[in-house]
Ligand binder design. Structure first.
Ligand code: PEP
Ligand code: MN
Length: 345
């Protein structure tokens, strides 16, 4: 349930309502909308009658029920106002959101060595990317596959950040590594395989760095938004959702099925910014450009694209990685669409 106060409501009146709400054993949260003060409530309010609440103050403009199970993640919770997640990078603040230029995140699947990560960072920066991605801790299907260089890879990401000023996005797999990852990362990634690792979600929700929450490969949109709800309910409002493909019956020609229909669906359901990862979504570098362009045209706020200086030699996800040259070309194509839809910086 959300109580919307009239514009210019006196602070004392807002405090009164918050006091009332607390007596109902609920947790009020003040949200600053564009012109209204909104008090969002999370909890079971089935017994509260809207008309009774409205009688509490002449300054109440509206009382809305959030029928969805995801309360804080819902669009109603922000009273239809899309939130922005602003990430501070050495090159300056980068905002993610519906009313901002599309944010491009590029880099290798894994951080392999100093030379390749610095070179890739420089190349993707020159092409116009805003963030460098790269895994230090890798969630691999096989325990015998390359698992990532761990802590030493975090140091290399820090070096790439210092060399280029790009923000860093990297994955945390284990709560034990969270502090180390948060020291280097500007955005902490929770991978598809950990989307419902609730103890990890609570921990990333209890720290300050923005979180990129990838959709589980068999997660419904409700599952995904409930996972985001764990992070929001733990106190971290800076959550970006990332679609990276789901499992479907036909996966002979693509690694996953990239669900681009989430773009309008999420816009209806949530205020959170969204990213589309066509690299994991298709698994094939040849298909990444068209799907990235489609995602931008359909209104995605951000794109993730894997780039490797020598995809044939990559330690993970080579087949879906673009060379820096192909990434350059894709950025030029994206800029044409981006300018047309007014979302290119
Ligand atoms: C990744 O980004 O490299 C990754 C492992 O992604 P996902 O969790 O979507 O598979
Ligand atoms: Mn990968």
């Amino acid at each position: 349930m959300i109580i919307v106060m009239k514009p210019d409501s006196p602070e004392s009146e807002i405090e009164n309502i918050i006091g009332e709400v607390k007596q109902w054993q609920l947790t009020p949260e003040k949200i600053q909308g564009t012109t209204q003060v909104v008090i969002g409530l999370v909890g079971d309010t089935a017994t509260m009658e809207i008309s009774r609440i409205q009688e509490l103050s002449p300054w109440i403009q509206e009382v809305l029920r959030v029928g969805k199970p995801f309360k804080r993640a819902s669009l109603e919770f922000r009273h239809g106002h899309y939130s922005e997640v602003v990430v501070n990078t050495p090159n300056g603040p980068v905002p993610f959101g519906k009313n901002h230029p599309v944010v491009v995140v590029a880099g290798p699947c894994s951080v392999e060595n100093e030379e390749m990560i610095i070179e890739t960072a420089k190349r993707v920066k020159a092409a116009g990317a805003h963030f460098l991605r790269g895994g230090a801790y890798k969630p691999r299907t096989s325990p015998y596959a390359f698992q990532g260089h761990g802590e030493s890879a975090l140091e290399l990401l820090a070096a790439a950040r210092a060399a280029t000023g790009l923000g860093i996005i990297t994955e945390v797999m284990d709560t034990a590594d969270l502090e180390k990852v948060a020291e280097v990362a500007d955005v902490i990634q929770v991978g598809a395989r950990n989307m419902q690792n609730f103890s990890l979600l609570k921990k990333v929700g209890a720290q300050d760095k923005p979180v990129l929450l990838k959709r589980g490969m068999a997660a419904t949109i409700d599952d995904w938004l409930m996972a985001a709800e764990y992070i929001l309910a733990s106190g971290n409002n800076n959550v970006i959702l990332c679609e990276r493909g789901i499992r479907t019956f036909d996966q002979k020609y693509t690694r996953n099925t990239l669900d681009l229909s989430v773009i309008p669906v999420l816009r209806d359901l949530t205020h959170l910014p969204m990213m589309i990862d066509a690299s994991h979504g298709t698994g094939k570098s040849d298909y990444v450009p068209s799907m990235s362009i489609a995602a931008l045209a359909a209104g995605a706020d951000s794109l993730m694209i894997e780039v490797h200086p020598n995809p044939a030699k990559a330690l993970s996800d080579g087949p879906q990685s673009l060379t820096p040259e192909k990434f350059d070309r894709l950025m030029q194509e994206l800029s044409v669409i981006g300018k047309t839809v007014g979302r290119w910086s």
